[in-house]
Ligand binder design. Structure first.
Ligand SMILES: [Zn+2]
Length: 296
């Protein structure tokens, strides 16, 4: 299915703040975030941190999103948020400026002016118990899951998951169920392989997973659900057989990790006797605005 991109109404998942309940600080919300997505799970090349904001400032409302882009800043300002937590970092490599002369600098300027802190949890949230990989595995209905790539510091967590369906199905039936369960964005879901093949063991990895095609095959997966697959890696992989491929979008396959994060932050605040209102953004931040069928 195709649709135009754009901003959807934010979804409130939390209770309204209680009058008189002291607010958490940016630093305390970051502590909650790091308890859900432990820093030890970060990949060596990655950035998972407080990007802008003062740890001492109060936070009553948080917006969760996949990407720290202008449309998400718009949504946070409209929402009166005190903090934004994104999956992706704003800067993955070093920069020598945060002037408002480029889009990332403008994000920093607008957030600071509006008094909104920004933090992110990227590969830490991908790998963590209850993070992106577990959320995607749950969406597929997988049982007995283990990490596709176990993390050296804790092999029970890591990138991706492999598990089994409760009962065998066809690739096409699985694809239909996955397409219905993922949030929609323009490219939708692509299927590679024999739609009528029987499948049981499924590997999943949110975001760009083509470096893990071999790992999914080594684990005996019948299907690998990921995103951003390219012509040569995907085509050459399928020439050698299973796992068949389901290719969603980067945004959709990672967005599924945000609702569980919202619930964990709210529970963490509640355990401290505080109230935190957490809104999960539905703003589609895949780059595509429209899909046209090609040919005559
Ligand atoms: Zn990603």
């Amino acid at each position: 299915m195709s649709q135009t991109g754009g901003v959807s109404p934010p979804t409130s998942t939390g209770p309204a703040p209680q009058a008189g309940s002291p607010a958490l600080t940016v630093g305390e919300v970051e502590d909650l975030l790091r308890s859900v997505a432990p820093p030890d799970l970060a990949e060596s090349w990655d950035s998972n941190r407080l990007i802008c904001g003062d740890p001492a400032e109060p936070v009553r409302t948080v917006v969760l999103a996949v990407d720290p882009v202008a449309a998400v800043v718009d949504e946070a300002i409209e929402h009166g948020a005190d903090m934004v937590i994104t999956h992706h970092p704003l800067y993955l490599r070093g920069t020598d400026h945060v002037s408002a002369t480029d889009p990332k600098g403008r994000v920093v300027h607008r957030l600071v002016r509006a008094g909104i802190a920004l933090a992110n949890a990227h590969t830490t949230l991908d790998s963590a118990h209850g993070g992106v990989a577990d959320a995607l595995a749950a969406l597929v209905g997988l049982e007995d899951t283990t990490p596709l790539v176990p993390h050296p510091s804790d092999p029970s967590q890591g990138i991706g998951r492999v598990g089994r369906l409760p009962a065998p199905t066809t690739l096409l039936q699985l694809a239909r169920a996955v397409a219905q369960a993922l949030p929609d964005s323009v490219p939708g879901l692509l299927l590679g392989g024999d739609p009528q093949a029987t499948v049981t063991t499924i590997a999943v990895c949110g975001g760009a997973g083509d470096s893990l095609l071999g790992a999914a095959r080594d684990r005996g997966a019948d299907v690998f659900l990921t995103a951003d697959l390219r012509h040569h890696p995907a085509g050459e992989h399928l020439e050698a057989g299973r796992p068949y491929l389901l290719c969603g979008t980067h945004w959709a396959t990672e967005w599924v990790g945000l609702p569980p994060l919202a619930r964990a932050l709210e529970a963490g605040a509640g355990a401290r006797g505080r109230t935190l209102q957490v809104h999960v953004s539905r703003t589609v931040t895949d780059p595509w605005a429209l899909r046209l069928n090609t040919g005559t």
